[in-house]
Design a binder for this molecule. Structure first.
Ligand code: A3P
Length: 328
């Protein structure tokens, strides 16, 4: 293991891991190019402290039929969809008092916990049974690694994917923000290389996406597959699919009074990124909230990558996703 650095957010520090995780690490392939070592567990790469949370949630998380789980690879629009799902599921409670809406003072990541990070992070596992139903969680776990109870229950899963080149650039910018000023930045070429080997947080990207794509084809009533680019192009159409899928359809009044428009306005990049909590706050995990709001644009990779880098990602994605019926 690499020693923890004092500036690292708590959840990336490597000295607070469970015995089970500590015993496992020496047997796992390790990648050292990122800010923290990544270990390949069941085919996917994670930092040790997240791996500790994964092991704990695989052992202890008990899904309920009414749960909603947002599944994403890092940097594919999790923050946006966390906010939207939170608003949709809690709309009855806050419809009359938008000025007191929790999103105005709390970052979406503090309102919607990552299963493998927040509840299973500390030595004490949070009592998730006390959460009001429907419970809303997120995860960067791919479908094959989800706790068995998620697959066995009737809970609903929403997957959001994004163009891999934009995801890679977003990941690169984010990883460099996490580095201290004293540590040199990771060159983009190195990030592209790691991305194309699948050796990046929660990678390989192609396997992450395909797991849920397959599950959504086989169980469309349980897994909804969305694309960031589609949501950017026509957010109304795609967000309107969510209440039906989640079993909380919009009522006649809500259809008329522009409930979805209101939610989209509140969750838009411009609105969320302008809030004080998202300009200068810190998450409970220690990350700075502003890091989650960079540009939120489709095709931004062209401003950073060379054509060769883009082609390299395209080639590997085509090869790895061949026959899946999915193109990204
Ligand atoms: P960029 O780095 O391309 O700007 P995640 O939430 O999974 O960490 O993904 C972060 C990406 O989503 C970042 O992309 C970020 O700017 C973008 N994002 C954050 N909030 C958004 C919003 N409300 N609408 C659209 N994109 C958003």
């Amino acid at each position: 293991m690499t020693p923890s650095r004092p500036h690292q957010p708590k959840y990336l520090q490597e000295d607070d891991i469970s015995q089970k995780c500590r015993n496992l690490l020496p047997s796992l392939p390790c990648e050292k190019r990122w800010i923290t070592s990544l270990y390949q567990y069941q085919g996917f790469w994670y930092p040790p402290n997240v791996l500790k949370g994964i092991l704990a949630c695989q052992d202890h998380f008990r899904a309920q039929d009414t749960d909603v789980l947002l599944i994403t690879a890092p940097k594919s629009g999790t923050t946006w969809l966390k906010a939207i799902l939170f608003c949709l599921l809690n709309r009855a409670e806050f419809s009359g008092s938008m000025q007191h809406h929790p999103l105005l003072t709390q970052n979406p990541h503090d309102l919607v916990p990552f299963l493998e990070i927040q509840p299973f992070f500390g030595q004490e596992i949070s009592n998730l049974t006390s959460f009001a139903s429907p419970r809303l969680f997120a995860t960067h776990l791919p479908y094959p690694l989800l706790p068995a109870s998620v697959k066995d229950s009737g809970c609903k899963m929403v997957y959001l994917c994004r163009n891999p080149k934009d995801t890679c650039v977003s990941l690169w910018r984010f990883a460099n923000k996490m580095r201290s000023k004293a540590t040199s930045e990771m060159p983009l070429g190195e990030c592209v290389d790691a991305f194309c080997r699948g050796a990046h947080p929660a990678g390989p990207y192609w396997d992450h996406v395909q797991g849920c794509y397959k599950a959504s084809s086989e169980m469309p009533e349980r897994v909804l597959f969305l694309r960031y680019e589609d949501m950017k192009e026509d957010p109304h159409v795609h967000v309107k699919r969510l209440p039906d899928f989640l079993g909380c359809p919009l009522g006649k009044q809500e259809l008329m009074d522009g409930t979805v428009d209101g939610i989209l306005r509140m969750c838009s990049f411009d609105s969320l990124s302008a809030l004080e909590v998202n300009k200068s706050g810190k998450l409970s995990t220690g990350l700075e909230t502003e890091w989650f709001f960079r540009k939120g644009e489709v095709g931004d990779w062209l401003n950073y990558m060379t054509i060769e880098m883009g082609e390299k990602i395209d080639r590997v994605m085509q090869e790895k996703m061949h026959g899946s019926g999915l193109t990204l």
